[in-house]
Ligand binder design. Structure first.
Ligand code: GTP
Length: 596
């Protein structure tokens, strides 16, 4: 297809504003999916996506659309909506010339709509504002058309009104895409340059790489080169998704399609990288390649220690389809053998642990999420700490923590409560803006460490679910942070160490010692539970000693009863962990880590 007849666009929307439903309807109206084959959320392939109604992996679909006697190829590039995947969103946007800004006509603009809109504007995309779900009785298109027009400029009447559910207005939208979104530009004679905007692992075909051709042409059987690593592969198949894969004779300027090279690991085909050919390599790669960096770390431990090898295998498998997942082996006194894993954010963590349990049948304990601290020691050495156990105790000169810029959109009645919440999490107010009479945007600078720990849940419950949240990295700040350790009879229990602000150290220490006192059974001796900053004890609880030996009640005879009792104890011991001389049932650790 010549570039003049190509339109590349994406849909940006807040979660649940109906992106997938609209995409489904477009597939149906353009005839690429027959009514018979249609099923809801056609493009969301992963079960977990469909169940939770979220889109994790972006994909592209090509749809034919006739306008003014010509047939156009519309490439719709699906983008993930959640903050954790901002990098993937920005790569998908960079593959487009235009974006549909889709807003629920009963809800109005939300925090993620804004975040993605700003990304689209940074990428110079033409924006088509659209209100969705106009079939809903609660829809108020007049009001939200004004809101949208005042946000991006233009007249409220130019805001399209559609229903992805009934199909109303969707044909007009397709016409408008052809009319308004610019055709792609590129040099057909230049060396090939294609940007990878997605890379998906398929157990049958290996890695399927989605690309947007910028210059030149790619053809099957050619040797291609990844510009970031210089690795070369043979192009076994090249084609377009419509939405099932259709092999083609090649891809030219402006086209969007997929490549298959037989590689088995998405790390060899990284999002943001530029593909060129070995025969006529491009000199400069396309802008924008960065390795996604984990923001949040957590330990994953199998509840049953014999599942350790399975956990490793499962992580290796997940890594094939998710280049942003990082992990390394770790051992813990309390929890045994496990892995320290890095995630893009909390949703990413949740998705991975859920997939481990659902797809691989693993029962896991997840330790409290931690962010990355940069510690400077008294000798000026810099230490990166992603796990409290790496904290250079006693040698700390200063600690820097990651900070994020947070945007919260909420109804004005909740402003007071939410400000209190943000302040209690060490937020500093950057600004407040009214979007309409009822809706307000609050902007804060906040330590990421304060957000990863159940901030979102608190925000939702304090606003009856009406607030939406978005954040982006905003550098680091030094803060008065300390490491709090929890000790059982003087021995450190590693899984409970945490890096917290000094003002919150006491609260954390009391909480943990109290919790453990309730969970750890009495022993033959007295067990002190302490919380400490370095050598200074800040909280203490005591588990009193058992008065009698277990066998005491058996004295007086029956030897078989005595043996049975001992055997029963032995079985119990398998699930016991020793911390120094103290026996702790693993369940106690799990309960203490998961309680709130
Ligand atoms: P993510 O993929 O998670 O970002 O969500 P989404 O934006 O794709 O939303 P989705 O299409 O899953 O729709 C969310 C909910 O809104 C679903 O329950 C849909 O049935 C409903 N919905 C979507 N479009 C319409 C519409 O036009 N009218 C009505 N009444 N409901 C709609």
């Amino acid at each position: 297809t010549p570039p003049a007849q190509i339109r590349n666009f994406c849909i940006i929307a807040h979660i649940d504003h109906g992106k997938s439903t609209l995409a489904d309807r477009m597939l149906q109206i353009t005839g690429v999916v027959s009514d018979r084959d249609m099923r809801a959320q056609y493009l969301d392939r992963m079960d977990i996506e469909r169940e939770r109604g979220i889109t994790i992996k972006s994909q592209a679909v090509r749809m034919p659309w006739s306008a003014g006697g010509e047939t156009f190829a519309l490439n719709m590039i699906d983008t993930p909506g959640h903050v954790d995947f901002t990098y993937e969103v920005s790569r998908s946007l960079a593959a487009c010339e235009g974006a549909i800004l889709l807003v629920d006509a009963a809800q109005g603009i939300e925090a993620q709509t804004l975040a993605n809109l700003y990304l689209a504007l940074e990428n110079d995309l033409h924006i088509i504002p659209v209100l969705n779900k106009i079939d809903l009785p609660a829809a108020d298109p007049e009001k939200f058309a004004k809101e949208l027009a005042s946000l991006i400029g233009g007249h409220p009447d130019d805001v399209l009104r559609v229903s992805g559910k009934t199909g109303v207005g969707v044909e007009d939208l397709l016409d408008r895409i052809v009319e308004q979104i610019p055709a792609p530009k590129g040099d057909p004679d230049a060396p090939a340059r294609a940007m990878i905007f997605d890379s998906v692992y398929d157990s049958y075909r290996g890695v399927v790489t989605y690309v947007r051709m910028v210059d030149g042409k790619l053809e099957p059987r050619e040797r291609i080169q990844m510009m970031s690593t210089r690795a070369t592969h043979e192009l076994l198949e090249i084609g377009v998704s419509s939405p099932e894969p259709i092999p083609t004779k090649g891809l030219g300027v402006g086209e969007v399609g997929y490549l298959i090279t037989g590689v088995k690991d998405v790390r060899q085909s990284k999002v943001g990288d530029t593909v060129t050919t070995l025969r006529k390599p491009a000199e400069e790669s396309l802008p924008g390649y960065t390795d996604p960096k984990p923001m949040v770390y957590s330990g994953l431990y199998p509840i049953d220690g014999s599942d350790y090898a399975d956990l490793r295998e499962a992580l290796d498998k997940l890594k094939l389809s998710d280049a942003s997942l990082v992990y390394e082996p770790e051992t813990s006194v309390a929890l045994g053998f496990g892995f320290r894993c890095g995630f893009l954010g909390l949703l990413h963590l949740e998705i991975i642990t859920e997939r481990l349990s659902r797809e691989f049948g693993l029962d896991l304990i997840t330790t409290a999420p931690s962010v990355i601290y940069e510690v400077t020691t008294d000798t000026g050495e810099k230490v990166t700490v992603t796990n409290p156990s790496e904290y250079p105790d006693g040698r700390v000169a200063s600690v820097a923590e990651p900070v994020v810029k947070v945007a919260i959109l909420l109804p004005k009645d909740y402003v007071g409560t939410v400000m209190e919440l943000c302040q209690s999490r060490r937020g500093s107010l950057l600004g407040m803006e009214y979007f309409s009479e009822e809706r307000v945007e609050l902007r804060y600078n906040m330590p990421l460490g304060e957000i990863v720990f159940d901030f979102f849940d608190h925000l939702k419950s304090k606003t009856q679910g009406y607030a939406s949240l978005d954040y982006e990295p905003a550098g680091q700040q030094t803060a008065d942070l300390v490491k709090v350790d929890v000790l059982l009879q003087g021995d450190k229990v590693d899984a409970f160490s945490a890096i917290v602000h000094r003002d919150k150290a006491y609260a954390y220490g009391t909480l943990m010692t109290e919790r453990l006192r309730k969970l750890i059974p009495r022993q033959n001796f007295e067990v002190p539970i302490q919380a400490a900053i370095g050598a200074r004890i800040i909280a203490r609880e005591t588990i009193r000693a058992l008065r009698k030996d277990v066998l005491a009640k058996c004295y007086g005879g029956d030897i078989s009863r005595k043996r049975k009792l001992l055997e029963k104890q032995k079985e119990g011991k398998k699930r016991m962990k020793m911390v120094g001389r103290v026996e702790v049932p693993q369940e106690a650790f799990i309960a203490a880590l998961s309680g709130d």
